[in-house]
Write a protein that binds this ligand. Structure first.
Ligand code: AMP
Length: 452
């Protein structure tokens, strides 16, 4: 049989698992599921190069559930049979929910632990032992150090989003966890990108792994209708309001580089009657979950997010991604726009670039191996920006940073600085109140609070 025609029923998964998959509405395995599941059912180690949105959670959760049932054993107190390590709380909760969904006809115990909330309930859940534990690194080590959990009898270890883990400074924590694992175990390693240090970590962890790679960066980008709008930095908020007048933008993620930028954009939108919320590392767990729920349910139309906060959020039917600020790491662009056009649907990605950000656009175009078409059909188009010569990336980053530092009061006040009133064109007729202090880059300085 070709993998093209492979069905879930061809995968040799136990009946209750197949039933749960059918109830989830999946008719056919995704490419990563087709490639990974048969090997994982055989107990092979896996090196998966795949980003969120490819169906990778089910690619590992289904065969793991199968294995747990097939080799069922009594749970031991404060032990887990499977550990999935993932960088953020949101991802941890999503993976935990997926295990519960796919395992709903099985009698298995699942738990999720992450920082930022009290540990009492988590400790109680672990007391009797669990089959599957999904965890962020900090809280996992905390609970292990307090002897609420041991990994002595672990059978399967999944390291998810390894590249993001390293970006977020979790490498030491990961090494500590790996050192605690029994030598004889099954290992799965996932990363969206495979730079040398990630490959080294994978090599140190995996034995004779099957390698599975899906949706190379450029092909993901090809499915999406991309455009760039050249605009002065001071006009970006006006442009955003203008763009959002189009009701075709039903479910929109607006990306900023910084947390402060996210807050500022969200405030401007709220002031203009566009229901929105911001999510980033400084928000409480409750606030983030509320924002996500409101977005999922359609109560808010626009979610404003930083790269890291948005990473891995599992929300379908995002119609548009707007890059309010262009990321200075090109891979982030691909991750961002990959939030739309999931599972083969069409998606639209619009990028607002000022003169400095032309350097980042150029870099992105190199990565995706195509030119992003310019959309000039808006009242804020700037020929000067479009025709400006892109500076080097280093210079662009420095220029953005120094602009930020020059702003009154460090530029941190939403709506502060250069307040001017302008009347936007394009038939709006309404004074914009725009030109507020720009949300500006802190380069890559933003890091979410470390999940503990
Ligand atoms: P993931 O890459 O694991 O975050 O999955 C992305 C999205 O795809 C999730 O919303 C899953 O529910 C969905 N999904 C996973 N497998 C399939 C499938 N075989 N068919 C359709 N949707 C799927």
């Amino acid at each position: 049989m070709t993998t093209e025609s492979m069905k879930f029923s061809d995968l040799n998964l136990l009946e209750p698992i197949q039933r749960a998959v059918a109830e989830s509405g999946y008719s056919e395995p995704t490419p990563i599921q087709k490639a990974a599941i048969p090997h994982l059912l055989e107990g092979r180690d896996l090196l998966g190069c795949a980003q969120t949105g490819t169906g990778k959670t089910a690619a590992f959760a289904l065969p793991i559930l199968n294995r747990l049932v097939k080799y069922n054993r009594r749970l031991e107190q404060r032990q887990t049979r499977v550990l999935v390590l993932t960088p953020t709380r949101e991802l941890a909760i999503q993976i935990y929910d997926s295990f519960k969904t796919y395992g709903k006809h099985l009698k298995l115990r699942h738990a999720v632990i992450y920082g930022g909330v009290g540990q009492g309930t988590q400790v109680k859940t672990l007391a009797g032992g669990v089959d599957v534990l999904v965890a962020t690194p900090g809280r996992l080590l905390d609970l292990i150090n307090q002897k609420y959990l041991s990994l002595r009898t672990l059978d399967v270890f999944v390291l998810d989003e390894a590249d993001r883990m390293l970006d977020m400074g979790f490498i030491h924590d990961i090494r500590k966890v790996i050192a605690m694992l029994p030598a004889n175990r099954h290992n799965l390693f996932f990363s969206a990108t495979m730079p040398p240090d990630i490959k080294k970590l994978a090599d140190s962890m995996l034995t004779n792994p099957v390698q599975v790679e899906v949706t190379p960066v450029s092909s993901t980008a090809e499915m999406i209708d991309q455009s760039v709008m050249y605009v002065d930095r001071s006009k970006k908020k006006d442009l955003l309001r203008h763009v959002l007048k189009d009701k075709a933008l039903k479910r929109v993620i607006v990306f900023t580089r910084t947390k402060r930028g996210a807050n500022q954009v969200s405030e401007v939108l709220e002031k203009n009657g566009v229901p929105s919320a911001a999510i980033h590392g400084n928000k409480s767990q409750g606030a983030r979950q509320r924002a996500l729920e409101d977005f999922r349910s359609g109560r808010i139309r626009v979610l404003v997010a930083t790269d890291i906060a948005a990473r891995g959020i599992d929300i379908d039917n995002i119609t548009h991604v707007i890059n309010f600020e262009i990321p200075n790491v090109s891979e982030s662009y691909v991750h961002r726009i990959g939030r739309t056009a999931r599972a083969g649907t069409d998606g639209v990605a619009i990028s607002f670039s000022d003169a400095e950000e032309r350097a980042f656009i150029k870099d992105i175009e190199k990565l995706i191996a195509k030119q992003i078409p310019v959309n000039r059909e808006h009242p804020y188009h700037s020929d000067a920006v479009e025709n400006s010569r892109p500076m080097s990336k280093g210079k662009a980053k420095a220029a953005i940073e120094s602009q930020q530092n020059r702003r009154p009061g460090g530029g941190g006040r939403p709506g502060g600085g250069n307040r001017r009133r302008r009347r936007p064109g394009g038939g709006s007729g309404r004074p914009g109140g725009g030109g507020q202090g720009q949300s500006q880059s802190q380069g890559q300085g933003q890091r979410p609070s470390r999940p503990r």
